[in-house]
Write a protein that binds this ligand. Structure first.
Ligand SMILES: *Cc1c(COP(=O)(O)O)cnc(C)c1O
Length: 264
C-alpha cells in the first residue's frame, strides 16, 4: 500500500467525465475511511467538502453528476459567478478563502457558509448584509495554527475573546474552526497544527462559545493527519479535480495544469 499522505499523483489524471469523478471520489473516500479506521472514528461523520476553485463549470457539472452536491471556492467573485452559472443544480456553496470587508455583499449573495471569518469588521459587514437579505450564514473562524505570515486567520491566543464577541452578530451562526496547516513535509509539524486546533476547540466548547465546535481541517496532502487529530470536515481539491496550475506554489506543478479555466 502506498503511504497516502501526498496528493494524488499529478499528471495521473484530470477527471472530466462523471465516471472519472466517481473514481477520484471513491479514492478520496477510501483515504478518509482508512484514516478514520486508524483513529477509531466513524468515517460517515467526516464531511468531504470538494474544493472546486479554478475548475471550470462544465467539469463541475460532471462532478455533480457523480454526486458532488457541495463545493468550496476561495475567491468570492469566482464563487458568485459559478453559483449563478450552476444555479439549476442547487449546489451548497462554501466560501473558504479570505474575504475583504468590501466584498461582504457578494459573499452574502451566494455563500451558504463561510469558513474564513477572521475579523470583527468582517463579521459586522456580513451581519449588515445578511440582515438586509433576511438570512443567516454558517461560519467557521479561521485560525492561523502554523504561525506562518502568509496565512490568514486569527492568532490562537485571540480566539477566545473573538468567539465571545461574535455573540453580537446573530446572523452569523458559528459552527467551528477552520485552519490550513503548516506548508511543510514535516508531518509532526503539520500534526501539531491540527492538534492545537483541537485543543482550542475543546476549550471553546467548555466556554460554550463555538456552537457545535466542528473542525474544518485537512486538504489533499494532509487529510489523513487531520482526521487522526479530529477533523470533522476535510476540504479536498486536487485529489478530486486533478492538479491545479499553482502560480504561488513553492514547487512547480508536475504537469502543465489541466484546466486554468480554458477548455481547449
Ligand atoms: C485550495 C484549498 C483547499 C484544497 O486544497 P487541495 O490541495 O486542492 O486539496 C482547502 N482549503 C482551502 C482554504 C483552499 O484554498
Amino acid at each position: 500500500m502506498t503511504q497516502p499522505s501526498t496528493p494524488a499523483p499529478a499528471g495521473a489524471s484530470c477527471p472530466v467525465t462523471p465516471e472519472d469523478f466517481s473514481r477520484s471520489l471513491e479514492a478520496v473516500r477510501g483515504r478518509i475511511a482508512g484514516a478514520a479506521r486508524r483513529a477509531g472514528r466513524d468515517a460517515r461523520a467526516i464531511r468531504l467538502l470538494p474544493v472546486s476553485k479554478t475548475v471550470p463549470e462544465e467539469r463541475l457539472r460532471a462532478a455533480f453528476a457523480a454526486g458532488v452536491t457541495q463545493m468550496g471556492e476561495n475567491k468570492v467573485q469566482e464563487g458568485l459567478r459559478k453559483s449563478r452559472g450552476l444555479a439549476d443544480l442547487g449546489i451548497h456553496w462554501a466560501l473558504i478563502g479570505h474575504l475583504q470587508t468590501n466584498k461582504a455583499r457578494d459573499a452574502a449573495a451566494f455563500a451558504d457558509e463561510f469558513q474564513a471569518l477572521d475579523s470583527l469588521r468582517l463579521a459586522q459587514a456580513l451581519q449588515r448584509r445578511l440582515e438586509a437579505a433576511g438570512r443567516s450564514l454558517e461560519v467557521y473562524v479561521q485560525v492561523n495554527s502554523s504561525g506562518e505570515d502568509s496565512k490568514s486567520g486569527l492568532e490562537p491566543h485571540r480566539l477566545p475573546a473573538f468567539l465571545e464577541a461574535l455573540a453580537d452578530y446573530p446572523a452569523l451562526r458559528v459552527r467551528g474552526l477552520m485552519t490550513l496547516a503548516a506548508r511543510t513535509d514535516d508531518r509532526e509539524r503539520v500534526r501539531a497544527c491540527f492538534r492545537l486546533m483541537r485543543e482550542l476547540r475543546d476549550a471553546a466548547l467548555a466556554e460554550g462559545t463555538i456552537g457545535p465546535g466542528l473542525l474544518s481541517m485537512g486538504m489533499s496532502g494532509d487529510m489523513e493527519l487531520a482526521i487522526e487529530e479530529g477533523s470533522d470536515c476535510v476540504r479536498v481539491g486536487q485529489a478530486i479535480f486533478g492538479a491545479r496550475a499553482a502560480p504561488h506554489s513553492r514547487k512547480r506543478p508536475e504537469h502543465g495544469g489541466p484546466q486554468a479555466g480554458a477548455p481547449a
